[in-house]
Design a protein around this ligand. Structure first.
Ligand code: ADE
Length: 343
């Protein structure tokens, strides 16, 4: 942070923390500012689990999974000892399944170490923990003076500083500023306050500047159009892929499923049989059974492409893997959508 920035943001952390004392969201993985003031620290396992789930996922969607995981696996040792398939099935619907594989790997690494490392630097050596998560866990669970800079914090500071630099350079600049602003004595609340400001006031669309505790020091607001920031390069349109998904219904409410290979998209997850997914349309090659009929299409957007699958259904008198009642529970969203169409 340069001298101008230091002066400009001299009151930022005090104002932010004052606001947070009255505005903090109550979330199941938080212990709240009151408990923190008494020196209580949250279980690092719960902090970390929430952070991994909240990557690429809304608070609303992640909460149900967080509650389910902590009920089923209350301590990190419980998760470390779980069966891979159980954890992957419990993760189904959260997406980005490499996160779930790394989650298990990390739980086992921490168990083998006999406990959590407690600095951002050492946390980053664990599977699935990058700079953001390391900073968040170090600050939230261990009270370390570390910054947790994710897309929300990027947006808040791109506005506060009215950054017009190339987006990569802008992020580097704002990260240095956030790191300098983390207060020695309350790094956890500072991180949580920034998350809440980004989620409730400095939102991506129509930020609510009138009630923002930082409005007086916000350069974007002074310019008059804070929604203009962050200025990011235009996203490329996603390529599309297509294919077929086959739903074979058997005796006793069963459905044909298969475990997907560990490597690759939806790796290690339970799935429905499909054709390859490609840019070109292909003819269906049905697994077995007879009287296949086409039910319609489902669409799903992955990180790098958008997928359309034609959904086919047939029946057989065999008993197949997975009962129908539970079927969509353990399945990634794209398959749950297809199954819904068929049942
Ligand atoms: N977004 C990322 N981490 C979060 C957290 N711990 N609480 C609320 N929102 C978040």
């Amino acid at each position: 942070m340069n001298m101008d920035e230091k002066l400009h943001f001299a009151d930022l952390s005090d104002q932010l923390l004052d606001w947070y004392a009255g505005a903090a969201r109550e979330l199941p993985w938080r212990i709240g500012p009151g408990a923190r003031a008494k020196g209580v620290q949250p279980d690092p396992y719960r902090v970390w689990l929430a952070e991994i789930m909240l990557q690429q996922t809304t608070v609303l969607h992640a909460t149900r999974y967080y509650l389910e995981f902590t009920k089923r696996w209350p301590k990190i040792e419980d998760l470390a000892g779980a069966q891979d398939e159980d954890v992957m099935a419990a993760w189904a619907g959260l997406g980005y399944y490499a996160r779930a594989r790394n989650l298990l790997k990390c739980a086992r690494e921490v168990s083998a170490l006999g406990g959590w490392p407690d600095t951002a630097e050492s946390l980053q050596k664990l599977s699935g923990i990058g700079p953001y998560t390391a900073g968040a866990v170090a600050a939230l669970a261990f009270g370390r003076r570390a910054a947790a800079v994710d897309g929300n914090v990027d947006r808040v500071f791109a506005r506060l500083m009215a950054l017009t630099d190339d987006w990569k350079a802008a992020k580097t600049r704002l990260k240095a500023v956030v790191e300098d602003l983390v207060p020695e004595d309350r790094p956890a609340e500072f991180a949580e306050a920034l998350m809440d400001l980004g989620a409730t006031i400095c939102t991506p669309k129509s930020p609510n500047c009138l009630i923002c505790p930082l409005r007086e020091m916000c350069a974007a607001r002074q310019e008059g159009d804070p929604g203009r920031y962050p200025i990011k390069p235009k996203k490329q349109a996603k390529p599309t892929r297509q294919g077929h998904v086959y739903i074979l219904l058997g005796e006793a409410h069963t459905v044909l499923t298969e475990r997907r290979p560990d490597k690759g998209l939806l790796g290690g997850m339970l799935g429905l049989p499909t054709s390859p997914w490609s840019g070109e349309s292909c003819v269906p090659e049905f697994p077995s059974g007879a009287n296949w009929c086409e039910l319609g299409e489902v669409r799903h957007v992955f990180t790098h492409f958008a997928l359309t699958l034609k959904v086919w259904r047939a029946e057989t008198d065999e008993t197949l893997r997975t009962t129908r009642a539970q079927a969509s529970d353990g399945l990634p969203s794209v398959f749950a959508k297809a199954l819904k169409l068929a049942l």
